[in-house]
Design a protein around this ligand. Sequence first.
Ligand code: DGT
Ligand code: CA
Ligand code: CA
Ligand code: ZN
Length: 614
Amino acid sequence: MNKTAIASVLTEIGTLLELKGENPFKIRAYQAGARVIESLGETEIAERVTAGTLEEVKGIGEALAQKITELHTTGRLEYFDKLSASVPAGLVEILRIPGIGAKKARALQEKLGIDTVVKLRAACAAGSVAALDGFGEKTQERILSGIRNREAYNKRHLWLDAWEAAEPILQGLRKLPGVKQVEACGSLRRRMETVGDIDFLVAMTAPAPIVEWFVTRPGIKEVTARGETKASVRLESGLQADLRLVPPEQFVFTLHHLTGSKDHNVAMRQRALARGLSMSEWGLVAAEGEGTVKEKVGLAGERPPPGAKGKEQSAKKKPSSLASPSPLALSPSLQTEAQLFAALGLHYIPPELREGLGEIEAAETDALPVLVEEGDICGVFHNHTTASDGHNTLEEMTAAAQALGLDYLGIADHSKSSVQARGLSEERLVAQIAEINKLNASKKFKCHVFTGTECDILPDGKLDFDARLLGQLDYVVVSVHSSFRQDRAVMTKRIIRAIEQPHVTMLGHLSGRLLLERESYEVDTDKVIDAAIANGVVIELNANPWRLDLDWRHWRKAAEKGLLTSINPDAHLTRQLAFYKVGVGIARKGWLTKENVLNTRPLAAVKKFLAARP
Ligand code: DGT
Ligand code: CA
Ligand code: CA
Ligand code: ZN
């Protein structure tokens, strides 16, 4: 462990001790120890740890020296682990809110039983914090705004939340006079699972009314910046949105730049340079040494160096209100990103692949995959109904699937061990199978319904239902919903054991993560993937925006090895059936083609696939 990490553990120990109301001298010793460690060189710490001479440093006593040694050599500290476990995690979070020190945090816990930020906010809203000794109205207000800021400013946002915020703004921008093209760039366009901020780009001829429209939209909490050709706002949800306005001839260059990712952009610039070109958000021009006048290459222009007034620029007479000067030279042939890539000898790279993970090399040799598309999806598996924790009935879900144009709907309600989700008993599952068969036979819907279950993988890897019952279903999803804290080897063995049982069609949400909330449990993903391939088991791409599990970073390699996936909405409401579209974005980020995805197959082919499984 390096010194910064060691220092932060020591600081954290001080905080935890404070929360526990420990001796102030002890607390201060840890805080001081953290500062001392920070001030030492990395090599000095290593040498002193080896020689056992840490105690010679002023401010480091015997106990501290032992702990630093343990951290430095093993990367862990048993004392710290135990201490952390003894303090509610929510309490530590509360301490990070401005205006709350350890003393106040303890008072909140002792007098009001508050040990999470959620409880704290509720108590503030109810006015009970102000009533406490030593708090008062002002403090309560400060705490509340601290909580709000923390939520708004420190958080990334789910892709779907950002998308839903962006959509109406995109539509509104498109309708404004003088607007030629509009796009939301950045991580949103690349379909990252979470988004830091939204980056709107507009090609236009007159910026002022567009900026004005943007900063006066309803649902804006704060205008954080405003210029002639840009603006930034914070939406009510806390999401920040940036607006950039450019003249039409510059659009494609800024579009590519703002889409990113940074890594992709860096690689593209290097490629351009290797071809004697300089690529930027302003254009693509011949690269020249410092101080020389840039020469046009007939592709497009770029921003002239400050003070250098190109004659083409003054001749163009752009509105003076445009902050970024217009390109020096334009080529009518370079208007799309496809043309921009072509100018660098590349096939078009879809935004989802622009992560600097080999897409440029692949585009060079025409080795990019033909990515799966929303329109390829024929039906969806893994959906819940009111039989377990869903909010809509079987018929409502079927009608909604049909309205989405889907030819089949797979139901997979929870199994009996998922008590909190009202998991089905054997009897209830048998009854549901009969109900689905009846619905299909009634021909009430064109959409075919497959019988299934989301069967719990029990802590030892056994399944929640026996093989005889599972054999009666069209398909079986198996998922972990309990004992998340098992160690890596146990969890891996547990999941593989489940995969190896007969009748298992798919593994549900492999990692168990909840984005922005809960990390994955410990599991050897590669081993599980190999076991799934060996057993002909599908690993789902859970398309619920909170999960997007398995993570897109695994899919390219997994698909190359021969893994088949299914893009599953895990819908608990009719509205959520459309989550599969979010999943398609993630599949694309994972370089997946139509062939890699089971539910791109038509109904007859899926029936055949399922019938061929035991
Ligand atoms: P986010 O907002 O954190 O989810 O991620 P992005 O990718 O949207 O990043 P953002 O909003 O900071 O910037 C938008 C794009 O602008 C980014 O994807 C690439 C480009 N960009 C921003 N800063 C730099 C930079 O320092 N170098 C390069 N080459 N490109 C940059
Ligand atoms: Ca962004
Ligand atoms: Ca941004
Ligand atoms: Zn589940």
